[in-house]
Design a protein around this ligand. Structure first.
Ligand SMILES: *Cc1c(COP(=O)(O)O)cnc(C)c1O
Length: 357
């Protein structure tokens, strides 16, 4: 059967009917790759590590899973326009799905704080992009207010259809593995995604009659870790712009996911994020954006802390790290994290001297 996106694949779990016009770009069905090199690097024989490569979605992030449902429902409900506040990927996805559906798309971004790749996506898909002098949280408040007063559909993750679509990633993980993972490491920003995964796992547990659910291990950047600190942050800071959020919309749900699953929500520093970012690219060939690397940064931190030391030598545990977005979204960060190419004269001797074969 030809793959036709998350709505067709998981229709019975989603709030759609035969009347819903499906706006899709065949999102989802992303690779779950075994990370043998990283396993070796972690030095634990007992961990079977998988990477869920969400950067392989049509616009380069997991946001497409939620957007296909949110935009399809907006069309079904007769909307003329959708709107979002965004650190970048939501706007890229909203703009792409809107252009495909014929809806107008309005995007509020925090001025100067979104990666160039994401901005270029929103713009080329004809969204009305407005840069607000303020951070993400301010932009989201404005978007919410506008959508309350005008006939515009908000497609941030407070739109429940977004969460519904995003939960399909947990179904895919279970379908690929043939079982539930033991641990899931992932970034936490506005906290919609951890909410969606946990909802998905719980729903699938009922269908699959499984008694196993993963522990949800969420990671915020240490300069923008409101859930860890227990209070909103006025001026969140981190190089991982996709999780630079001071007052997460799904805060309560994220805490529920953590507590019900017996997991944690913790911090990783920007330095730890960059180390993991380079490690994923350099050992597994997967180029992710900085925010995505906080899942692996979190895993490294917890391995170092001895979190897994109680696993008996014969047991193995299955760990999935969610790689939320593609590295090409933020090429500036890659360039800043490595040495620039050496420039040499155009002759064999000069090239050979540098490449040291
Ligand atoms: C949106 C996003 C996140 C954060 O997800 P939340 O649902 O806001 O917690 C992390 N990484 C990337 C690449 C994203 O686009």
């Amino acid at each position: 059967m030809i793959y036709k996106g998350v709505i067709e694949r998981y229709r019975e779990f989603l709030p759609v009917s035969s009347k819903t016009p499906v706006i899709t770009m065949y999102e989802g069905n992303t690779p779950l790759l075994r990370a043998v090199n990283l396993e070796r690097r972690l030095g634990l024989q007992s961990i079977e590590l998988y990477l869920k490569c969400e950067g392989f979605n049509p616009t380069g992030s997991f946001k497409d899973r939620g957007m296909t449902v949110a935009v399809s429902k907006a069309v079904e409900e007769g909307a003329k326009a959708v709107m979002c506040a965004s650190t970048g990927n939501t706007s890229a996805s909203a703009a792409a799905y809107s252009s495909r559906s014929g809806l107008k798309c309005i995007v509020l971004i925090p001025e100067g704080a979104i990666a160039l790749g994401k901005l270029s996506q929103a713009m080329i898909h004809n969204a009305e992009v407005v840069a607000v002098r303020g951070n993400f949280d301010t932009a989201l408040n404005l978007a919410r207010e506008i959508c309350e007063k005008y006939p515009v559909t908000l497609v941030n993750s407070i739109n429940p259809y977004r969460i519904e679509g995003q939960k399909t990633a947990s179904f895919e993980i279970v379908d690929s593995l043939g079982r539930f993972p033991d641990y899931q490491f992932m970034p936490v920003g506005n906290a919609g995604n951890i909410t969606a995964y946990w909802k998905g796992y719980k729903e699938y547990q009922k269908v699959k009659h499984s008694d196993c659910l993963p522990k949800m291990m969420g990671f915020q950047a240490s300069g923008s870790a409101p859930i860890v600190l227990g209070k909103p942050i006025k001026n969140p800071e981190t190089i991982a712009t996709a999780i630079r959020i001071g007052n997460p919309a799904s805060w309560k749900k994220a805490v529920e996911a953590r507590d019900e699953s017996g997991g944690v929500i913790d911090t990783v520093t920007d330095k730890e994020i960059i180390t993991a970012y380079k490690l994923i690219a350099g050992t597994e060939g997967i180029f992710v954006e900085p925010a995505s690397a906080s899942s692996v940064a979190g895993l490294l931190k917890y391995v170092k802390k001895g979190y897994f030391s109680e696993i008996k030598s014969k047991e193995t545990v299955t760990v999935v790290c969610i790689l939320t977005g593609h590295g090409l979204k933020d090429p500036d960060r890659a360039i800043k994290s490595v040495r620039m190419p050496k420039v040499v004269s155009a002759n064999l001797k000069s090239v050979l001297k540098v490449i040291r074969l």
